[in-house]
Design a protein around this ligand. Structure first.
Ligand code: SF4
Length: 587
């Protein structure tokens, strides 16, 4: 397999401010790129049982063959050891990073070591520059950091700027990395690792070019993919309303977790629906580089100055389904303006919106049940719908104002191990639960998934189909569907294409798209490769202490009805055992 210009890996040592480039074409030939190459680099670079926040803990960014070449191949993957779960950390972001890395000439970037003083990196096809970031450290807003770097550095129009906020600086284990203002490496705490390395930001840009092996075939398959994307009804929905189009259907089928999953239906669903947000607040849409869909929805929120009548600032806030679930429905917030204000502060501080919302929902239920009181919260009453107090609570978490907020800053698994309320602490494998309660496949999927995320295997999607068709499907069949989907997603994550285009990028289309760039790989080879990559990832996960045999299933999941009724813990466990059998990794 020809590796083209993808084979260069840029290694950066922050402790000694040096970098070097290695040709690793053998890795790209065998493992494609993205998560495939990323997991091999992580196995090489991450010492067993290492503290994720220690200097030797690596950050790995990877892209794949399709980045910068085909539509919607717009993502970059990050692999690391998660400070939240103490296991495999994997996060994907759109924006411009994928194309910027390709244009800078790197298929992967490995960052190790730690700087004494805050720094930011400027990466281009000319190498790496180490810049002093002392003046940026401690800044309240991550978007201001982006603006300053844009003014100081070259690369306008073709660059990506990743940066952390205050949460990352303080190494909160669910701090995220923001890129291009409206996209994130959101889950599992990459921001905390940046913070531990005193790495405030990374700018990437480049002006490389490369030849396409067979321009005629390339044009033909490119057009086929492009036309399939723009003519697809599903893509039109992503463009019109974005992922927040999920709110009403999930609510209508009692699949929408609300108030810490005490309910699966929310009385404020209409107000927080994508339709309502678009009608009342949509300011503009944005797209990741090389994507004609443009699904990123950005609300324009006019905020009056406190003591100046007729003066307003307009905040632009990107929203989608996941934060609506976690910072809206889970907290009982019906007021869309209140939800947007809360999302804005979470974003500015650089926290993962999903973890933050789930943690606050747990804390609210603890207060409701008298497990904690206002002594613990420093006088702050946490109650459903009170977005103003939630905004205050988020700031207190980042400041780790007292022992209670410090516990919240360490995630819901940890906080519940100190204060109790474990039965309604919604986390799988230490990662706060995503926003779906559609049935048994959803929860088997969260339990076994590599990141314990809805994106790993889309168990919720399997449930939605089963529910719509009113089918009876055995647990064995469900485990198989989850396994097949998670295996196939390793290919999409190795190329690296956006999951929203998964119905367009079929094995046959991918095989032909490879052939146009001079690489021969059959649809069945691709499927086998997906399974092999998945296995490599589980090997790392098991090496770091994961076991299929002791996954905690939060009791709350089996108390609140799904469209399939009340789930049984034993059935979820059966699905986990079946999945373990399919993956065939020693445990
Ligand atoms: S569909 Fe949306 S998330 Fe996916 S690449 Fe396009 S703009 Fe980015």
């Amino acid at each position: 397999m020809e590796a083209s210009n993808l084979s260069k890996i840029l290694y950066i040592d922050l402790s000694n401010k040096r970098y070097w480039i290695e040709d690793r074409s053998e890795l790209f030939k065998e493992w494609l790129g993205g998560v495939g190459v990323g997991i091999k680099l992580l196995q090489e670079e991450c010492p067993k049982n290492i503290d994720p926040l220690s200097p030797e803990s690596p950050i790995i960014f990877c892209i794949g063959y399709f980045n910068g070449i085909y539509p919607l191949a717009s993502k970059t993957i990050a692999l690391f050891k998660s400070p939240l779960t103490k296991n495999l950390g994997e996060s994907h972001a759109g924006g411009r990073c994928g194309v910027a890395m390709r244009m800078a000439g790197y298929g992967g970037i490995v960052i190790k070591g730690s700087s004494e003083k805050p720094i930011y990196l400027v990466i281009s096809n000319e190498g790496v520059k180490f810049r002093d970031a002392s003046a940026l450290w401690g800044m309240n807003s991550s978007s201001t950091v982006g603006r300053i770097i844009r003014e100081r550095e070259a690369g306008a129009g073709i660059r990506a700027i990743m940066r952390i906020g205050k949460a990352g600086e303080k190494m909160i284990p669910y701090a995220c990395v923001n890129t291009e203002t409206f996209r994130h490496f959101g889950r599992l705490g990459l921001g905390a690792i940046f913070g531990s390395k005193k790495l405030k930001a990374i700018e990437i840009f480049g002006r490389n070019s490369f030849k396409i092996f067979n321009p005629k075939d390339y044009r033909s398959i490119y057009d086929e993919i492009y036309n399939a994307v723009i003519k697809s009804g599903a893509m039109k929905k992503y463009h019109d309303i974005g992922t927040s189009m999920n709110v009403l259907p999930l609510n209508n089928t009692s699949s929408l977790p609300c108030k810490n999953l005490q309910f699966s239906k929310f009385e404020g669903a209409e107000e927080l629906s994508g339709e309502n947000l678009a009608e009342k607040f949509l300011g503009r849409r944005a797209a990741c580089a090389h994507c004609p869909v443009s699904c990123i929805h950005i609300a324009a929120l006019r905020i009056p100055y406190e003591n100046e009548p007729y003066f307003y600032k307009t905040k632009m806030i990107a929203y989608d389904y996941e934060p609506i679930y976690s910072l809206g429905c889970m907290l009982g917030i019906k007021n869309p303006e209140g939800f947007l204000k809360l999302l804005d502060i979470v974003d500015e501080l650089g926290l993962d919106a999903m973890s933050t919302g789930v943690i606050l929902a747990w804390a609210t239920e603890c207060m409701e049940k008298g497990i904690i009181g206002i002594k613990d919260t420093n006088g702050l009453e946490l109650k459903w719908g009170d977005y103003e107090n939630y905004i205050k609570a988020v700031k207190k978490i980042v400041d780790m104002e007292n022992e209670f907020y410090e516990a919240l800053a360490n995630g819901v698994e940890y906080a519940s191990s100190i204060y109790g309320g474990k039965e309604f602490a919604l986390a799988y494998g230490g990662n706060e639960m995503p926003g779906y309660h559609c049935g048994i496949a959803t929860h088997i999927g969260f339990a076994v998934g590599m990141r314990h995320s809805h994106l790993d295997n889309a168990g919720y999607d399997i449930d939605q189909k089963i529910n719509a068709e009113k089918k009876i499907v055995s647990i064995e069949e469900i485990a198989k569907m989850i396994f097949e989907e998670e295996s196939w997603r390793q290919i999409l994550s190795s190329l690296v294409v956006c999951f929203f285009s998964r119905k367009v990028y079929t094995p046959e289309v991918i095989s032909r798209a490879f052939s146009a760039i001079g690489i021969n790989i059959t649809p069945s080879d691709l499927k086998e490769k997906g399974k092999a990559i998945l296995k490599e990832k589980y090997k790392f996960k098991i090496r770091e202490g994961f076991s299929f045999d002791n996954i905690r299933i939060p009791k709350r999941v089996t108390e609140t009805p799904t469209p399939q009724g009340i789930l049984k813990e034993d059935d979820i466990k059966k699905g986990i055992i079946e999945y373990k059998r399919l993956i065939e990794v020693e445990n």
